[in-house]
Structure formats: C-alpha cells, structure tokens
Design a protein around this ligand. Structure first.
Ligand SMILES: [Zn+2]
Length: 103
C-alpha cells in the first residue's frame, strides 16, 4: 500500500478513486480524524487519504492523477442537468448530487 493522494475534500478524493478504478488501479480510502480545530468546521476536520493497494501501480497512478486532478487541462465548467448547480470542468460528477457529467 502506498499513499497516493490526500485532500480534505472527499468529493475530490472520490473522483480520484473513480479515475484510478477506470484505469484498473486498485485503491482504498483511509481516514484520519485530525485534532479538532474548531466547533464549526465539521467534516473538514476529517482528513482523508487515498492509497494505492499495489505498490507497482503507484507510478502509473501518480501520473494519471497528476494529469487528471492535480494539473488538469483547463476544461469548461458544466451545469448539472439534475440540480442545475455549476461544476468545475475537472469534476466528473456533480459536487452537489453526484450525477455524472453529461457526455
Ligand atoms: Zn447536481
């Protein structure tokens, strides 16, 4: 197991895992509850980690995530057909209702 990506935004982590899944790279979440910073931060206190299960997939996974998530090509924002929320072009799923980005 190797730590590949960590972010406080769980939606971003889930889309990172979806990308790895679609490239046949097995990955798993681990969560760590960091020390509470304040009473109003709620879910942002939970720090999530995405781990690559097989070490030999790590370099390929890193390359894919860098291309897709860390330094994505600029993509046009899109509006969710389900809830009409605007999503950043790098999101494959609506941040609000998890509807897949329309083709
Ligand atoms: Zn939506």
């Amino acid at each position: 197991m190797k730590l590949i990506y960590t972010h406080e935004n769980t939606m971003l982590l889930h889309s990172a895992k979806n990308i790895l899944d679609s490239n046949n790279i097995e990955s798993a979440f681990k969560s760590e509850h960091s020390a509470p910073i304040g009473p109003n931060l709620g879910i942002s206190n939970i720090f999530q980690e995405l781990w690559v299960v097989h070490d030999e997939d790590y370099l390929r996974a890193r390359e894919i995530l860098e291309r897709e998530i860390i330094n994505p090509e600029p993509k046009a924002a899109w509006v969710c057909p389900q809830c009409n929320e605007e999503n950043a072009g790098s999101f494959d799923f609506c941040w609000n209702c998890q509807t897949a980005k329309p083709a």
